[in-house]
Design a protein around this ligand. Structure first.
Ligand code: B1M
Length: 209
């Protein structure tokens, strides 16, 4: 098996140490950072996303793969900066004000990273003011809002209205267990995704990729 195929397989199976070693080897062999990213890391996370959507793997496998990808990415990131690998876009994500659930939100962030986006994670309990402040600072292409509680989901509309009235041009996507497509449409979101893999697909689509 070629080096990048082995790297992809190490990320897919969540073998963090192997993923780190193979990333270092790939860099030493002079394989370009963008090639390592696309064919070693993104490919693995895409496969993880596809299997997750089909119900062939579940959250624990996804989290384990995500950990391996993050490790490999931390080694690759300085190389990416050195050679100026362009990110696919900037994605800001946060869980709405009042909401402390972060597992699903973290997975969405990971899948965007895996798809080659620069991800800025604002964490949980994020107010409109913090979304606006971060949007002005980072000029994102897409903003993602997560909500796990029926009591916090209505605040998503406050955020979307607030971002629009501040003239923030980013597309806004929403998701989380109590959220559905009809709700997303009713609050004028630009998109809804049921799970993390679909969210990254939606991100690609919104970027015209
Ligand atoms: Co809470 N909790 N919780 N909880 N909790 C739920 C959500 C609940 C359904 C449990 C229940 O009663 N059956 C219920 C909500 C009821 C409702 O509103 N309809 C509930 C409640 C009531 C509460 C408290 C109010 C309990 C209390 O204190 N009385 C409290 C609220 C705290 C707060 O947020 N202010 C609370 C607290 C907690 C813990 C802190 C103990 C813990 C959170 C730990 C953490 O996140 N670090 C917790 C947990 C773990 C859960 C359950 C059990 C699991 C949530 C989870 O992580 N799922 C949950 C019950 C359940 O879902 N079975 C429950 C796994 C995760 C991968 O899935 O987050 O749905 P999920 O994310 C998915 C999709 O939704 C989607 O993609 C993800 C992955 O594919 N997605 C997006 C998520 N965000 C997206 C954004 C997108 C697109 C897709 O685009 C931007």
């Amino acid at each position: 098996m070629k080096l990048l195929e082995r790297l992809s397989s190490a990320v897919y199976t969540g073998d963090m140490d192997m993923a780190a070693e193979l990333t270092e080897n790939a860099i030493k062999e002079g394989i370009s950072a963008s090639d390592i990213l696309e064919n070693g890391l993104v490919s693995a996370m895409q496969e993880i996303g596809d299997k997750y959507k089909k119900g062939e793997i579940f959250v624990p496998e996804m989290l384990i793969a995500a950990r391996a990808m993050n490790k490999a990415l931390s080694i690759l990131e300085p190389e990416m900066v050195k050679v100026g690998v362009e990110s696919k876009g900037t994605f800001i994500i946060g869980a709405v004000k009042g909401d402390l659930h972060d597992i699903g939100k973290n997975l969405v962030g990971i899948m965007f990273k895996g798809a080659g986006f620069k991800v800025i994670d604002l964490g949980t309990d994020v107010s409109l003011e913090r979304f606006v402040h971060a949007a002005k600072e980072h000029n994102p292409d897409i903003i993602g809002i997560s909500s796990l509680l029926t009591t916090t989901m209505s605040y998503m509309k406050t955020i979307i209205d607030g971002l629009r009235s501040e003239g923030i041009p980013a597309k806004v996507i929403v998701g989380g267990a109590p959220v559905n497509k009809e709700f997303a449409i009713s609050i004028n979101a630009d998109g809804y995704a049921e799970n993390a893999a679909e969210a990254a697909d939606l991100g690609r689509t919104l970027m015209g990729m």
